[in-house]
Design a protein around this ligand. Structure first.
Ligand code: ZN
Length: 288
């Protein structure tokens, strides 16, 4: 029963699609061949917490004595690192139901995302104990997958919505699923040629700065020069090549981590540029 949207076969495209979203992606060895058999048509995404802030991607790949891994396709660490663990079916959904899923068949129709998080409690407010980097990576993963499946953000559900009270499932704790879906919808719409959000905070001369993974040019080279020389303790080896790659992003994140008041997102917007005292480069000197 093919539906509009959805995907037939295993999602061997996961690493590529998540990287294209700008996420920090780690490929767990053997992920393409790991799984409990093949998917039916993939219809959406199911979000979980691991139950522990320190649960590793390896624990998701290997599973537990009572439940063989993989326990989900993706693992998101608290620093936002996304590990692709499996392309085949994983034991994450168990028994449950949801309008666009056949009863108890969630494992064969959804991609599971396990986030390293205690969940805090069933009544924790939205994003309690969810670091910015982890929440941002979760939004990015859900958006990238929904976009690839050709389905809307409403196809992102929580284990607690599927397995509900009957199963005693309350994960992901500290996540208001409606708010997550709104954030995913905004992210889906903001990529692929849509208008870029404009900075709303007045930050003087830096209002126009927006550099991120994939950016290129003299302003990126100036950013690298500044990081390399002023923050040599962690950016001393940075290559000044004018390409905003993983190393530049890592250095920016480290700078943000060490600077009070900055969001750790690896993106140089006005606030980060101002904190760096980045020298501004005329983007197009020939334009007069
Ligand atoms: Zn779960």
């Amino acid at each position: 029963m093919p539906q509009p949207g959805g995907w037939r076969g295993d999602p061997v495209w996961l690493a590529e699609v998540l990287r294209a979203e700008g996420l920090d992606v780690v490929e767990f060895p053997g992920w393409r061949n790991r799984g409990h058999g093949d998917f039916k048509d993939i219809r959406g995404v199911m979000v979980h917490h691991t139950g522990s802030d320190t649960a590793s991607a390896e624990s998701i790949a290997r599973g537990r004595p009572d439940l063989a891994g993989p326990l989900s396709q993706l693992h998101i660490a608290r620093d936002g690192t996304v590990t692709v663990v499996a392309a085949g079916v994983a034991w994450h959904a168990g028994v449950g139901m949801y309008p666009w899923l056949p009863a108890n068949m969630g494992n064969w129709h959804t991609i599971g995302i396990e986030c390293a998080n205690s969940g805090t409690s069933p009544t924790a407010p939205h994003r309690r104990n969810w670091p910015d980097a982890q929440y941002a990576a979760l939004i990015g993963c859900c958006a990238a997958i929904c976009r690839r499946l050709g389905v809307p953000a409403t196809r992102t559900i929580g284990h607690k919505e599927y397995a509900g009270r009957a199963q005693g499932k309350w994960d992901p704790g500290g996540i208001d699923m409606d708010r997550l879906r709104r954030d995913v919808a905004a992210r889906i719409g903001s990529v692929g040629g849509g208008p870029r959000p404009r900075p709303t905070v007045p930050v003087g001369e830096y209002a126009e700065v927006l550099l991120y993974r994939g950016s290129r040019g003299p302003q990126v080279a100036e950013l690298q020069r500044r990081l390399k020389h002023a923050y040599a303790a962690y950016a001393g080896d940075l290559r000044i090549d004018g390409v905003y790659g993983p190393d530049t992003e890592a250095a920016v994140r480290e700078f943000q981590r060490r600077t009070a008041g900055l969001k750790v997102d690896g993106v140089v917007g006005p606030a980060t540029a101002a904190a760096l005292r980045l020298r501004l480069v005329d983007p197009d000197p020939d334009a007069g």
